[in-house]
Design a protein around this ligand. Structure first.
Ligand code: SF4
Length: 353
């Protein structure tokens, strides 16, 4: 296993993963291109956790799938995705297959449908090893599978190796998926809604385990979620995506202390807070625009309580405040942020439920 210290020694000034101007579109009527991802930029350094947050349909999962060459064949991808100084956009499928599962791994949200129901858990972990390690003996693969199951805290791994996925609970199945994802010592792990299908206590255990594995193995981790609450305790930096674009990015503490985009403010205000909300739950009014139905100007303007005329006409540029960036015309002029659920009161009162 590659030691954490070795990984850190490889640190260079270049980020491990750099995405610039990533666009993903699909052919629409009359030869038009309907873009679901509209020029995404972000970096990820070794050992860092980046939370990518957005509603369903915001393009967050599609952007990561396209970055790793897993988009549908009908998708049109442009821009640049560089992993360890190698351009991935346009790389041959064979090369991408070699990278995925070895240097880059992905965990999907539903472990039951991601695991093969007619193969034992042990065979599935061994298969992940054989795919990328030619000449590995069955005995060595079994030894490594047991080691991986221990690493993800599955009890009695030598016995459970022979069991089938239906004999595992939801949380244990997700641990198996994580064991398979880290089997070949990846440097980058992408977790797409890894806890959505799990109950709250198991969610917390899985998130804690991902964080511990990141520390132990020196991984860079991308955490894709619709839930800002999930990234609060686990990400170093957060990119908020709306309608295929990063609308705000900052270190996690800064984002929660001083959000500079009304959409982020709405997401934070939507996190239930039993201490300060006095029984009220806030939700952002309306829904995210469907593919091909982007409003003119700022894509968030139909839902934004701060919208002015310029918002309906001109797409906001990105404004930087040091390492904090926001794509809002009024990023520098929003009212002072009061924080948490009580902040819902500073947003449009008519929208409070
Ligand atoms: Fe709201 Fe205007 Fe900012 Fe868009 S640009 S988020 S509509 S204030």
């Amino acid at each position: 296993m590659i030691a954490h210290a070795t990984r850190l020694a490889e640190t260079s000034s270049e980020p491990l993963f750099r995405v610039r101007g990533l666009r993903v579109g699909f052919a629409g009527a009359g030869g038009s291109l309907l873009e679901a991802v509209r020029g995404l930029d972000f970096d990820l350094s070794r050992g860092e956790v980046l939370g990518i947050v957005g509603e369903s349909g915001s393009g967050k999962s599609l952007a990561m799938l396209a970055s790793l060459g897993l988009q549908a064949r009908s998708a049109v991808v442009s821009g640049s995705v560089v992993f360890k100084q190698k351009e991935l956009v346009g790389s041959p499928r064979k090369e991408m297959r070699r990278l995925r599962g070895s240097q880059i791994s992905m965990i999907f949200q539903d472990p039951l449908s991601s695991l093969n129901p007619v193969m034992t858990v042990g065979d599935q972990i061994r298969e992940a090893l054989f795919l990328h390690q030619r000449g590995l003996s069955t005995a060595k693969a079994t030894e490594r599978a047991i080691e991986l199951m221990r690493l993800v805290a599955i009890p009695q791994p030598d016995r459970r190796l022979a069991q089938y996925p239906h004999e595992f609970s939801g949380g244990m199945r997700q641990r198996v998926m994580i064991a398979m994802a880290i089997a070949n010592n990846p440097e980058l792990l992408v977790a797409d809604e890894p806890t959505t299908a799990l109950d709250v206590t198991v969610q917390a255990q899985i998130m804690l385990m991902l964080r511990e594995l990141k520390e132990k193995l020196g991984l860079a981790l991308v955490l894709i979620t619709h839930d800002l609450g999930v990234v609060a305790g686990h990400a170093d930096r957060v990119a908020v995506i709306y309608a295929g674009r990063v609308v705000e990015e900052a270190k996690v503490g800064e984002l929660f202390a001083n959000p500079r985009h009304p959409y982020t403010r709405g997401l934070i205000a939507s996190i239930p807070d039993l201490r300060g909300s006095q029984g009220k739950l806030y939700s952002i009014p309306g829904t995210a625009p469907a593919l091909g139905q982007l409003p003119p100007g700022c894509a968030f303007h139909p839902r934004c309580s701060y919208a002015q005329d310029i918002c309906r006409q001109v797409e906001p540029p990105e404004i930087s405040f040091g390492a904090h960036r926001s794509a809002c015309h009024f990023a520098a002029d929003l009212p002072a942020w009061t924080g948490g659920a009580r902040a819902a009161e500073t947003l449009e009162p008519a929208h409070n439920g």
